[in-house]
Design a protein around this ligand. Structure first.
Ligand code: DGY
Length: 319
């Protein structure tokens, strides 16, 4: 007998195929609301549920699920949308999908970094409007990336992958992390135990830390003021780390040269004021959005569900 599984969102085709092979799966063709997930879990006596970050699995949702549910696997590395204590209290495993999305998320950080420093959005706008005016040697100049210091806040897997890429571009690396990395992972980067101490050194700042109560609005008027003038700000982590009103003030005042943002305080209804800045390069939370990575995330989530339903502790258990 196959175990019952809900896939209450539009999963990549390969993931849907595997889910149907391995489970008695109910696959939605669009993202279901949490109320719909709860209703479907009761109707199907679901044992496993795979979710995506927009589906907020709060205590209330967890408490409404039937006893049949043994595991909820999120297709994301971030798990700020899951209530871990509530799931633990009900004995429901929660899992995420680390590792498999590290490289693509680091790639998008570099995409934002290069576009922000080299005025990618403005150049694109010029070409889109049919470039007819030649620029002089002193016009439309960007910032040279090589030789700049990139400060990375959050030096986990993704932060380290960003550092590796940035080294390839000749950048110097500073980082702030709860713990100092061993030398083989630090690779010569300068460690700061305190964000405030690192910020004055960051010509470019990249956020790569999880969204938690501790990191909420860690970027605010006070911390932005500590950056050197003309700094570049990159965020592929979570919008909750940034007080966006303060970021907008720093862009308006010219404190920042540019920004590159993949994540926002409100998604998808992001603050439209941000798109008015031609020096802000925006992407719609697409860090892991490649065919290969989205398949790998789905497979990893399914593996976690299988492990939990075999009575094992899943490899990516969050409690
Ligand atoms: C993640 O995996 O956490 C990505 O940001 C997608 O939400």
């Amino acid at each position: 007998m196959k175990h019952t599984l809900l896939l209450p969102y539009r999963a990549p085709q390969n993931v849907t195929i595997l889910a149907n092979q391995r489970f008695e799966a109910t696959v939605a063709d669009s993202e279901l609301s949490v109320d719909e997930i709860v209703a479907l879990a009761h109707e199907k006596r679901a044992e496993g549920i795979v979710v995506v970050p927009k589906q907020k699995i709060t205590k209330d949702v967890i408490n409404k699920l039937p006893d049949s549910v043994k595991v909820i696997a999120t297709c994301s590395v971030g798990f700020d949308h899951l209530d871990i204590p509530a799931a633990k209290a009900r004995g429901i495993f929660l899992t995420n999908t680390p590792d498999v999305l590290t490289e693509c998320t680091a790639d998008i950080a570099m995409l934002l970094l290069l576009n922000a420093c080299r005025r990618g959005r403005e150049y694109m706008e010029i070409m889109d409007s049919g470039w007819r005016k030649a620029y002089s040697q002193s016009e439309m100049l960007g910032l040279k990336v090589s030789g700049k210091t990139l400060g990375i806040y959050g030096m986990g897997r993704i932060g380290q992958a960003v550092a590796d890429r940035a080294r390839g571009f000749g950048m110097k690396i500073a980082y702030c992390n709860r713990r100092r990395l061993p030398p083989e992972q630090e690779k010569g980067a300068t460690y700061f135990a305190n964000l405030h101490d690192m910020l004055p050194h960051c010509q470019i700042l990249s956020l790569n830390a999880p969204g938690t109560a501790d990191t909420k609005h860690i970027i605010n008027d006070e911390t932005l003021a500590l950056l050197p003038n003309n700094a570049v700000f990159i965020n592929v982590a979570r919008g909750s780390l940034v007080d966006e009103a303060a970021l907008i003030r720093a862009l308006k005042s010219g404190k920042l040269f540019a920004a590159g943002l993949d994540v926002f305080e409100n998604e998808p209804a992001y603050n439209l004021e941000l798109k008015e800045f031609h020096n802000v390069f925006l992407t719609p939370h697409m860090g892991s959005a490649t065919q290969e990575t989205r398949d790998a995330m789905g497979y990893r989530a399914l593996e976690n569900v299988e492990q939990a339903l075999r009575g094992e502790r899943p490899q990516d258990a969050l409690w």
